[in-house]
Design a protein around this ligand. Sequence first.
Ligand SMILES: Cc1cc2nc3c(=O)[nH]c(=O)nc-3n(C[C@H](O)[C@H](O)[C@H](O)COP(=O)(O)OP(=O)(O)OC[C@H]3O[C@@H](n4cnc5c(N)ncnc54)[C@H](O)[C@@H]3O)c2cc1C
Length: 464
Amino acid sequence: MSNSNKTEKVLDILRKEFKDKVRIDIIERVLYERDATTIEIETKLPKAVIFPTTKEEVKRIVEILYNEDIPMIPRGSGSGLTGGAVPIRGDEVVISLEKMNKFSIDLENATVIAEAGAITYEIQKEVEKYGLFYPPDPSSYKFSSIGGNIAENAGGPRCVKYGTTREYILGLEGVIKYGKTFKFGARVIKDVAGYDFTRFLIGSEGTLGIITSAILRLIPLPKERRVLLAFFERLEDIGKAVVKIFTNRIFPSALEFMDYVCIQSVNRYKNLSLPEDVAGMLLIELDGNPQAVLEDMREVENLLRTMGVKVEIAHTKEEEEKLWSARRALGPAISKLGTGKVNEDIVVPRSALPEYIPAVRKLAEKYNLKCAIFGHIGDGNLHVNFLFDKEKKEDIKNVNLAVEELFKLTIDFGGSITGEHGVGITKKPFLKLQLGEIGIELIKGVKQLFDPKNLFNPGKIVDV
Ligand SMILES: Cc1cc2nc3c(=O)[nH]c(=O)nc-3n(C[C@H](O)[C@H](O)[C@H](O)COP(=O)(O)OP(=O)(O)OC[C@H]3O[C@@H](n4cnc5c(N)ncnc54)[C@H](O)[C@@H]3O)c2cc1C
């Protein structure tokens, strides 16, 4: 029997058992062919999209597909930026966790048990009612899922103080090879029983199995938050100011950067009037007890003013929210600058920033590319965007060369080719630059253990 006929037969079995939770109609398949990746990638229609509603259903679906050698792609909200959730072979079945979106709060243990499809923002909103805080805040937090955040180890502005998703995951449940189920971790902070498989699964991008639920750790919600803006005339001073804030032992809850290209774009996109005659700006958020926040704010203000930097303070919550929404809208705002956009999310040690940022600008000039840089500068994580004309062959050639050189530069500065968006397919060709032969060999070894038939999200992170 041909592979295609075998898949049809298996899908018939699944449709008998799961009825309209299994969709093979063209509209559904087209909708699940792409994610939010802006880099050109070649995708294929999935054979089907399945919407389980319980862990038992996920188990049964995986069991059937795994035994019949049919590849599958776990999917949350499809907001990934490196092609992690897209089919690239044409024989894959997408398993969407979006209907598994329930969660419950355990106040006594300050934890949440969340199904993988629960939306991060919904959880954050709910726990805040009890004075609790789930800090990981990717800019996509209003629509991305906890499962997707875990699979990508998502970060965001507040990770500079609170750490990324991995710091808040106490345990995971899910399904791996042949439909076997696992349960790692518990509602406890301490747990050293054997290897830390929870951590293996965090950032595994759907290549080891399907996460069905997670135990999230909560902390107290800070009582006060204040936002300052700082405007710089010289690009080099921005990195220096960031380092200075930390060496003065002030750890902001967010420290975000926008260069002048980003400021201009977001002014137009969001109808704002941020100053445009600057090299760049910092958005600095401080949180904690009200008195401590006030003291830190004064100290940061003084530090920056002694560097000759113009500082403004947001006076109302509405003003703060407006600035945050501008920051979150940067991705779409700068997309308007070119028909093509490549958004890389590199990360370098903070101490390297004063030299690194001007070096990136020089690199963009060398390849004649428009470049917009923004990001979570407090933890050294920058989004370097190259903007170009998709119809021009010369531009495409230049952007490919610039990306490779950017990654080499980043590694030379002691950083990583991805701080939060993961490897997926777009960064797969560059992973060896960072991890070397042995790193790739170990990834393949772990993959073999969880997924010996290479059926979970094949072709992502590494080729097996
Ligand atoms: C406007 C915008 C802003 C963004 N900002 C940020 C940011 O600030 N920080 C950041 O880190 N990311 C950001 N992202 C990227 C993206 O939102 C994150 O990677 C997010 O974690 C993806 O979640 P998702 O539910 O959409 O996952 P998907 O895109 O559906 O999937 C992502 C990957 O996870 C796997 N996966 C999904 N669910 C599961 C599961 N249950 N079990 C196993 N594997 C699974 C998929 O196979 C895929 O490889 C942004 C994206 C957009 C569009």
